[in-house]
Each structure stands twice: as structure tokens, then as C-alpha cells.
Design a binder for this molecule. Structure first.
Ligand SMILES: NC(=O)c1ccc[n+]([C@@H]2O[C@H](COP(=O)([O-])OP(=O)(O)OC[C@H]3O[C@@H](n4cnc5c(N)ncnc54)[C@H](OP(=O)(O)O)[C@@H]3O)[C@@H](O)[C@H]2O)c1
Length: 259
């Protein structure tokens, strides 16, 4: 079967969801740009995609470094005009549950990776995709985008910001023939989830999450939100009077260990 996208860039391709999506999209005739920071994990992910038949260029780039990322994306796009861009790189951390607030450094790191890093990934290619009048941009946010949750203000802010950024781009980019997909998943197993101390309702495997996300991307979904009970719960928590949702949410106890 012909691959739906022939040129694909994925950030955070060295681990978890990004590596799983890369492998699902890899195949003969597919050119891939894979971005991450850890050399060994990124090399392993790239090797698996090559074994599946894809041509792979990988790059060790911190997505917080906007100029380095823009230069690499432009060079790659000059040779391989990008059709699918997946802004997936992300990090998570939370304060000690017994300490009020969140240390500024933790908040800044999450905003600069999850929000600015995704903007650094998307913005340089928007004019190019629009000029070619084709392509799809995918922003991997989280169900944490729907309602600020205790013990993770920086993470929730970064994902809410990314969701809003991508939703804001979509209507305008539609008139240029460029699609935007916003992904808001719940828990899937990955090194990030391993650092979550607390319950993980409706946890699915990374592979299952990746297959579901790929199906949505390939059919041009504007939003991929799952699992529905968690999506519904976080959306109701946002719509409900704050006094009620705060009373429920303050009973939640979890801690996200720093990487
Ligand atoms: N796990 C979940 O349950 C869950 C739920 C909802 C949403 N998400 C989101 O899904 C995405 C993937 O998460 P995951 O669970 O697969 O996490 P993961 O296994 O920890 O992988 C995170 C990926 O992001 C990369 N990354 C992190 N910081 C980076 C930076 N500054 N510059 C470049 N790359 C960076 C990592 O690369 P290196 O390791 O090479 O640094 C790694 O490839 C994230 O955006 C996450 O917020 C996850």
C-alpha cells in the first residue's frame, strides 16, 4: 500500500510516542527527518526506520534552540519537501507535592520545550507548506491541555498553550490546503509515564497510542483526543464552576519526577 506521506519530520523521535510513530510511518519511498537529543536512542530509532526501508536523516537538536532547529528544518525541506510535520518532543516534571507552587526552573523548562519548542518546529515550515499548498502539521499536546491540574502547572500551561496555538493556526492554514491535527492523549506507557507517581487511568501501550494517532492523522482528523472518559472528565472539570472542580481536583495526589 502506498504510504500516505512520503516526507515526514518528527521531533522527540528518540523515545516513546515519537519513536513508535516513526516506525509506523517508515517504509520504502519514505524520507524521514528524526530529531532528538540522546545520540544512542536517536540512532536506534533511525536504524529501525532504515531497516523498515525509509531514508532517514537524524539530527541532535534541542527544540528550545529555535535558530538551530529552523536552519536544520529549512535545509531538510530544501531537499525533501516536508509533507507531515509532527511536533511531538516534550518533557514533564512537577513540584514536590508538599511544596506550594512550582520552582521557576521546572516551569521554564517545560514551557521552552513543550510550547516554544513546538512553535520552533512548526513556524519555520508553515510558509513553505502553504506555498506548496499541501501538508499536515501535528501538535502533540495532552488531556492536560483542557484543565490545569494540581502539581503540574508548567506542564498544563505548556500543553494548553500548544493546543491553543495549533487550533489557532488551523482555520487560516486550511485555505492554503495545509491541515492541522491537535493530539490530546491520556496516559500511554513511556519513559515519561514511568516518572509519574500516582494512578494512571486508562493507560494504553505506546504502540496502541501511536496506531490510534496515525489512523487519525492519515484520515486528516483535526483533533485526536482519547481516552474519552479522561477527555470528558477534564473538559467537565473546566466547564464546571471552579469551586466544584477545585474541590475535586485538590484530592488528587501525584508527583511527576524530573527526568
Ligand atoms: N506519556 C504520556 O502518557 C503522554 C500523555 C499525553 C501527552 N504526552 C506527550 O507526548 C509526547 C511524547 O511523550 P512520550 O511519553 O513519548 O515521552 P518520552 O518517551 O519521554 O519521549 C520524549 C521525547 O521528546 C524528546 N525531547 C524532550 N525534550 C527535548 C528537547 N528539549 N529537545 C528535543 N527533544 C526533546 C526526547 O528526546 P531525548 O530523549 O533524545 O532527549 C524524546 O524523544 C510529549 O509531548 C508528551 O508531553 C505524553
Amino acid at each position: 500500500m502506498r504510504a500516505p506521506f512520503r516526507v515526514i519530520v518528527i521531533t522527540g523521535a528518540s523515545s516513546g510516542l515519537g519513536a513508535a510513530l516513526a516506525l509506523l510511518y517508515a517504509g520504502p519511498g519514505v524520507a524521514m527527518g528524526l530529531i532528538g537529543r540522546d545520540p544512542e536512542r536517536l540512532a536506534a530509532s533511525a536504524a529501525a526506520c532504515r531497516t523498515a526501508g525509509a531514508m532517514v536523516e537524524s539530527a541532535l537538536i534541542d527544540v528550545a534552540d529555535g535558530s538551530m532547529l529552523a536552519a536544520w528544518l529549512s535545509d531538510f525541506d530544501d531537499t525533501y519537501p516536508v509533507e507531515l510535520l509532527i511536533a511531538n518532543a516534550g518533557t514533564s516534571a512537577g513540584p514536590d507535592p508538599d511544596t506550594p507552587g512550582e520552582p521557576l526552573a521546572i516551569t521554564e523548562r517545560q514551557l521552552s520545550t513543550n510550547l516554544l519548542g513546538a512553535v520552533h518546529t512548526i513556524a519555520p515550515l508553515v510558509p513553505r507548506l502553504c506555498a506548496r499548498r499541501r501538508g499536515r502539521i501535528v501538535a502533540v499536546a495532552s488531556v492536560a491541555a483542557f484543565r490545569g491540574l494540581p502539581y503540574s502547572p508548567g506542564y498544563c500551561a505548556s500543553k494548553a498553550g500548544l493546543r491553543a496555538y495549533a487550533e489557532a493556526l488551523r482555520p487560516q492554514l486550511m485555505s492554503y490546503g495545509v491541515g492541522v491535527t491537535v493530539v490530546c492523549p491520556g496516559f500511554f506507557s513511556s519513559p515519561m509515564t514511568d516518572r509519574w507517581e500516582g494512578s494512571r487511568p486508562f493507560l494504553v501501550s505506546t504502540e496502541r497510542a501511536a496506531r490510534r494517532i496515525k489512523r487519525g492523522i492519515d484520515r486528516g482528523a483535526r483533533r485526536i483526543h482519547f481516552p474519552w472518559p479522561l477527555v470528558l472528565a477534564t473538559r467537565i472539570a473546566d466547564l464546571a464552576p471552579a469551586a466544584i472542580s477545585d474541590a475535586i481536583l485538590r484530592r488528587m495526589h501525584f508527583h511527576i519526577r524530573s527526568p
